[in-house]
Each structure stands twice: as structure tokens, then as C-alpha cells.
Ligand binder design. Structure first.
Ligand code: 13P
Length: 256
């Protein structure tokens, strides 16, 4: 059985004071939650303060992006070892906003994913099609290209380590739009991803990797989405900025 994983991606939101206030509330209410893994991805500026505030809880801290190199002349970048040094245990790579606005390519996402795992951190690899791609019947081919390129540099993966690899399926048309994929639409893509993980490595790895859904996840739709067989948690944007909503989504993951 896969433990569902619910992560709040705060994107470019929350000052240090706001971030620590939010995680204080999460720690109080979810600090010892069982049956579901919980994480938050604050801005880099707030990351250390969030790590410190969450000490003694089981809530993990993720970064929203990284570079694939470990150090050197890369102005403005941060590397997986430095994120580990700051207390992060997860890194999100390949978010559609990175692909769309900052030129991240599937090849680069793969290099980042491999670098994150090499640093001993867990990685959340995001994939997802645009509305035009869905309408053009290209959903699975787009997801396939992003997935296989994103996993290409990860040579070996054994089932014991597969808990450190998470795929997030985030249809671009569902992000921040209030328009959620139906559970059936999401499940179809999740099942496809799991099948491709089996062909990339083997069935045991495919069974162990968690596949999150992201895109307008809210307390009202979380449980039905996560009740689908291959939906193992959520990557939550807007609704993760409010403690009550995020807590409700985590609880929905536990009952799903
Ligand atoms: P929303 O939940 O705001 O649609 O964002 C989803 C997302 O992009 C999470 O990474």
C-alpha cells in the first residue's frame, strides 16, 4: 500500500512571518497525523524558518525548484545539496509554471530530478498537458514525453528507494482555474503513468511510486479524486495557503 502524500505548493506567496504562522497551525493540527505524509513548499526565503518551526513534527519541507549542478558560477540558482543543508527533504521539479514561463525543458527536468535523488532528497516530478493539447487528443503523448525525458537520467530505481520518487500529474488547464479534472480523467492519466513506470523499470517500482494529482484541488473535491486507485495524494496550490482548507484536504487523503 502506498501512503498518500499531500504537499502544499505555496508558489510565490507568504512572507516569512506569514509562512511561520501557517506552519505553526499545521504543526498543531497535523504534526502527528498518521496514514498520510504531509509536506509544504515555501519560497526559498522562508524555507529555513519553516524548517525550524516544523522541528519535532512529521511535516516535510520541499523546495519548488533547483539547479542540476551542485555549485559554481550559476547566478541566482540553488542546488539540491544546499537545499538539504537548509533542511529541505523534497524538491519539486518541472512544474508547468517553470516550463511555461522560465524555459524549463523536459531534458533539464530530468537532470534536476537525478541531481535531487543524488543529493539524497525526494523528488516530485511534475507533468501535464495544456488545454490545446488535451483538446487535440495529445494528453497521453505529451505526458509520456515529459515523463520519460524526466526519468531518463535516473538510471536505476529499486522498489525500496521508489518512495523518494513522486510524479505529480497537473493538467495545466486545471491549475488555478477552479476547473478540476474529473476523477475519471485524472485516473486515466495516472494509470497510464504507472504503466510507463513499469516499462521504464519494473512492476514493483511502478507499484511503489506515488502519483499525486494537482490542479484546483479543494476540500470539496479532494476525497473523490484521491479515492481513485492510482491517485496517491495531491499537489495543492491555492487551497494550501489557508490552514483550514489544507488540513481538510489532508484529512480527505486519510479517509480516501
Ligand atoms: P492550484 O491548486 O492553485 O490549482 O495549483 C495547483 C498547482 O500548480 C500545484 O503545484
Amino acid at each position: 500500500m502506498r501512503t498518500p502524500f499531500v504537499v502544499g505548493n505555496w508558489k510565490l506567496n507568504k512572507s516569512i512571518a506569514e509562512a511561520t504562522a501557517l506552519v505553526t497551525e499545521l504543526k498543531n493540527q497535523l504534526g502527528t497525523v498518521k496514514g498520510v505524509q504531509v509536506g509544504v513548499a515555501p519560497t526559498l526565503v522562508a524555507l529555513s524558518s519553516v524548517v525550524k518551526r516544523l522541528e519535532g513534527s512529521s511535516i516535510a519541507v520541499a523546495a519548488q525548484n533547483c539547479h542540476w549542478e551542485t555549485s559554481g558560477a550559476w547566478t541566482g540558482e540553488v542546488s539540491p545539496p544546499l537545499l538539504a543543508d537548509a533542511g529541505a527533504t523534497w524538491v519539486i521539479v518541472g512544474h508547468s509554471e517553470r516550463r511555461q514561463f522560465f524555459g524549463d525543458t523536459s531534458e533539464g527536468v530530468g537532470k534536476k530530478a537525478a541531481a535531487v535523488l543524488a543529493a539524497g532528497l525526494g523528488v516530485i516530478v511534475c507533468v501535464g498537458e495544456s488545454l490545446a493539447e488535451r483538446d487535440g487528443g495529445r494528453t497521453l503523448s505529451v505526458v509520456d514525453e515529459q515523463l520519460m525525458a524526466g526519468l531518463a537520467p535516473i538510471e536505476t530505481m529499486d522498489p525500496a528507494k521508489a518512495a523518494k520518487l513522486v510524479i505529480a500529474y497537473e493538467p495545466v488547464w486545471a491549475i488555478g482555474t477552479g476547473r478540476t479534472a474529473t476523477p475519471a480523467q485524472a485516473q486515466e492519466v495516472h494509470a497510464y503513468i504507472r504503466q510507463r513506470l513499469a516499462s521504464r523499470w519494473n512492476a514493483a517500482v511502478a507499484e511503489a511510486v506515488r502519483i499525486q494529482y494537482g490542479g484546483s484541488v479543494k476540500p470539496s473535491n479532494a476525497e473523490t479524486l484521491m479515492s481513485e486507485k492510482d491517485i496517491d495524494g495531491a499537489l495543492v496550490g491555492g487551497a494550501s495557503l489557508e490552514a483550514a482548507d489544507f488540513i481538510a484536504i489532508v484529512k480527505a487523503a486519510r479517509s480516501a
